[in-house]
Design a protein around this ligand. Structure first.
Ligand code: F58
Length: 824
């Protein structure tokens, strides 16, 4: 610490001190007194007061980071699905009780104030949430880190249902401001686009001059990323696009006022909205703008603002690792090359050597259509210099391929960074794989399939480049915050070390055989179900099926995830009851809970939502089924709702076609909260089952090799439809318009056809096995004691799925960065 900046003292951890901070923020920060303060004023003041306690640590962390120049992880991600910030800050700063009491003394209810917060929904799903879990773990594990991303003004859309159909509403999460961000306009960075390139007289090997045609300013907003009670606060830096302050002078002087304003809007559109895609990138120009925008600003920020002025960039790989969260930030590769070759005057070979040691790439998919490609025309128009650099990288890379596999021109074509068909385009996953020194998948099976299929040619060439890091989730948010009742039970049994060392949950194993503990565990589950019931009633007027089983399928709506298979199970059960095949009394009371957003342009996904809602309406309105079956589909599933839903679940549905779900992370959250999984042998399900044991997991369906082989033999859904009377009856009931007031067209016809004619995800092939396994679930659930035993074992054996473990694996296998001793 520098001698002339004395440390700011952390405010005292006492109710009095907290109250002072709160009132000061209310009076001076918001300019109101308590009597006249709005709920938002109070939420703001509360958040700012909590921030006081973390700020000193934040400054210390930054100061140490600058002093030590330790190797830093820069996590580049177009998405950070953070979830509510206040509760996490209270937890990290150990202020939950103090703040509650302080506010209660003032006649305020902290829960009501927390409910004011609009969660920053700056992500689509698993990938964005994983980034949020990772930065939490990095801070908790004392790893110098900076997260870089985009401060979208509108996050993932708000989902509403109108007549059962999804209608999207903009998510203007910042409309009341956010107490969690700090703008730093003085560190703004100009980002350039368009134009052309020119020869650079006397330039070094490969250097050219880029003459861009327009630019935009990237303004950083800093967010605190507090570690769990360890005195470390890392930074998440999100960029917001601003028109340059001097952009409009000429046009304004010429009287072109509206034109000037239009130009301003154009520039600022870049960070306006998160693309609500699930897994098929649309290749839109604005998206490429977003990608380059945040990546260029982040590289510049690190090189010019974080590194000391005289830093020798030859040593860059000792100082930083740029982790590419999927291909979205891969344009960073040619950007670093451009900086080194064009701006710094390095030789191409030197620049490439440093670049190749600076990046590592995480792939999150197996679907070929999810791999980003950018038409060269588009890239050439927006980033002409980057396209040239990519061409040269490709040229040299293809020479290497030819040298390694002489005469194999087919292979050269397959591996090229530039696709020729259907149009010339840059394959971003190939660029990432060529440039990255490591490539990882996100679960064991996924990493194997990457090597064997998606990136097989690359794995043959560079086997050592490929590795696995199985995903994880943060136990702070998804157990400690989301499930306080379970947290208390665990802590009473084994102490609270599990919060930062989740393998300690193993200590619960013997308690699975303790009747008293099982009873207490059931009480916790019951309380969590009542909490869920209340939230769903207050939020959406939805009722649960008594205290029956809570069976949850929550994730983005996608055909490969097979929500329609779940729907077939429900319809089949209903059809069985109605036709007398299944005696009502034999049916285990259960609520089928769905949570799922469909990408706005994904018609089939939206039709599936419509059909689920139609079936739900019919079942929920049927008096004879009351207390037996319910379908609950609360709209707008998000992190806030996940935190209430997951702790209440008994059964977790993870039913993707084997070989399609890269990992899943919801599956881990459910297991850790004591739900049993019914799942296919896919993604991280495989590892969950291995750890919790076959007898505590309901496996069904084809394996990946079986699915592949069926696919190549030719899958004929008609065979299954014709040969399974229950399946046929369920599908026919849907087709008859029974759930849709006699309507047989629209969503009904479309989903029926998609399942029975050509379904890439072969839902009908797994139907029988799924149904039979659901029967086993019902039988198992009847035996409360043995079910609880299994549920406890799921908790006890899932410690591996902490994101702390994932981060340790990244450190060991990829980053070579080390946690630092904060107090050294
Ligand atoms: C998800 N991908 C995987 N993509 O589907 C899931 O299996 C995995 O557990 C998770 O990543 C974390 O590794 C995912 O969420 C997206 O949301 C992208 C957003 C941008 C457009 C393309 C899809």
């Amino acid at each position: 610490m520098s001698e002339n900046t004395p440390p700011l003292a952390v405010p005292e951890h006492s109710v009095e001190s907290f109250t002072r901070a709160f009132l000061r923020e209310l009076n001076y920060g918001r300019g109101v007194d308590l009597d006249r303060a709005s709920a938002n004023d109070k939420y703001y003041a509360l958040s700012r007061a909590v921030r006081h306690y973390l700020t000193t640590r934040w400054l210390e962390t930054l100061r140490n980071q600058y002093r030590d120049q330790a190797k830093t992880v820069a996590y580049l991600s177009a998405e950070f699905l953070l979830g509510p910030q206040l509760e996490n800050a209270l937890l990290a700063a150990d202020l939950e009780d103090i703040a509650r009491e302080s506010l209660a003394n003032l006649g305020l209810d902290i829960d009501e104030l927390q409910a004011v917060e609009e969660e920053p929904g700056l992500g689509n799903g698993g990938l964005g949430r994983l980034a949020a879990c990772f930065i939490d773990s990095l801070a908790t594990m004392n790893v110098p880190t900076v997260g870089y991303g985009i401060r979208y003004e509108y996050g993932i859309f708000k989902q509403t249902f109108v007549d059962g159909k999804q209608v999207e509403k903009p998510d203007h999460w910042l409309h009341l401001g956010s107490p969690w961000e700090l703008p730093h306009p003085e560190y703004s960075v100009d980002v350039h686009f368009g134009g052309h390139t020119e020869d650079k007289p006397d330039g070094s090997d490969g250097a050219r001059t880029w003459i861009p045609s327009w630019r935009v300013t990237a303004k950083p907003y800093n967010y605190m990323v507090p570690g769990y009670r360890n005195g470390r606060v890392n930074t998440l830096r999100l960029w917001s696009a601003r028109a340059r302050h001097d952009f409009d002078l000429r046009e304004f002087n010429a009287g072109e006022y509206t034109e000037a304003v239009r130009a301003r809007t154009f520039a600022e559109n870049i960070s306006k909205v998160l693309y609500p895609e699930d897994s098929t990138p649309q290749g839109k120009e604005l998206r490429l703008q977003q990608q380059y925008f945040f990546v260029a600003a982040s590289l510049h920020d690190f090189i010019e603002h974080v590194l000391p002025r005289d830093y020798d960039l030859k040593n860059l790989p000792d100082r930083i690792i740029w982790q590419l969260n999927d291909t979205h930030p891969v344009i960073a590769v040619p950007e670093l090359m451009r900086i080194l070759v064009d701006d710094k005057g390095w030789d191409w070979a030197d620049a490439w050597a440093v670049t190749q040691k600076s990046f590592a790439y995480t792939c999150h998919t197996l679907l070929p259509e999810a791999l980003e490609v950018w038409p060269v025309d588009l890239m050439g128009k927006l980033l002409p210099r980057h396209l040239e650099i990519i061409y040269r990288i490709n040229e040299e890379f293809l020479e290497e391929v030819r040298a390694a596999f002489p005469g194999d021109e087919l292979r050269v074509r397959r591996m090229s960074i530039i696709a020729e068909q259907p149009g010339r385009a840059v394959r971003m996953a190939h660029l990432a794989t060529v440039a990255g020194f490591k490539v990882n998948g996100v679960a064991e099976l996924h990493s194997e399939l990457l090597k064997d299929k998606v990136l097989n040619d690359f794995a043959q060439m560079w086997p050592e480049k490929f590795t696995n890091v199985t995903n994880g989730v943060t136990p702070r948010r998804f157990i400690r915050l989301a499930n306080p009742a379970l947290s208390e039970l665990i802590t009473a049994a084994i102490g609270d070390g599990w919060i930062t060392d989740l393998e300690q949950l193993r200590g619960l194993e013997p308690l699975a055989d303790d009747a008293e503990f099982r009873h207490a565990f059931r009480e916790v589950k019951g309380a969590n179900k009542r909490r869920l019931a209340k939230v769903l009633m207050d939020r959406d007027g939805i009722e649960l099926a008594g205290d029956g089983m809570v069976d949850a399928m929550v994730k983005r709506l996608h055909e490969y995830k097979r929500q329609s298979l779940k729907l077939l199970h429900i319809v089949s059960l209903y059809e069985g009851i109605k036709s007398g095949r299944i005696p009502l009394e034999s049916v285990t009371p259960r609520t089928f809970v769905f949570g799922a957003k469909a990408a706005p342009g994904y018609v089939r996904a939206k039709e599936t939502i419509e059909l689920i809602n139609a079936v739900g309406r019919t079942i929920n309105a049927d008096a004879s089924l009351k207390g037996r079956l319910k379908v609950a589909f609360p709209p707008n599933y998000n992190v806030t709702l996940a935190e209430v839903l997951i702790p209440a679940a008994d059964l977790s549905e993870q039913i993707s076609l084997a070989g399609k779900e890269a990992s899943g992370t919801g599956n881990m959250k459910f297991a850790l909260n004591g739900a049993l999984t019914i799942g296919t042998d896919d993604g991280a399900n495989v590892e969950i089952r291995k750890l919790v044991g076959d007898e505590n997991f309901f496996l069904f369906g084809m394996t990946e090799p079986e699915a592949s082989s069926l696919e190549s033999r030719g899958y004929d859904p008609g065979e299954y439809y014709e040969s399974d009377p229950e399946l046929k009856a369920a599908l026919n009931l849907i087709a008859s318009g029974h759930f849709t007031d006699g309507e047989r067209g629209g969503a009904v016809a479309s989903i029926f056809a998609s399942l029975t004619e050509r379904d890439r995800f072969m839902a009908l092939a797994d139907f029988r096995s799924y149904m039979d396994t659901q029967k086993k679930v019902e039988a198992a659930y009847l035996d409360h004691e043995s079910w609880s035993r299994s549920a406890i074992l799921n908790v006890a054996r899932s410690g591996y799925f902490s994101s702390d473990r994932s981060i340790q694996d990244y450190l060991d296998r990829i980053w070579g960065a080390k946690p630092i001793d904060q107090n050294a």
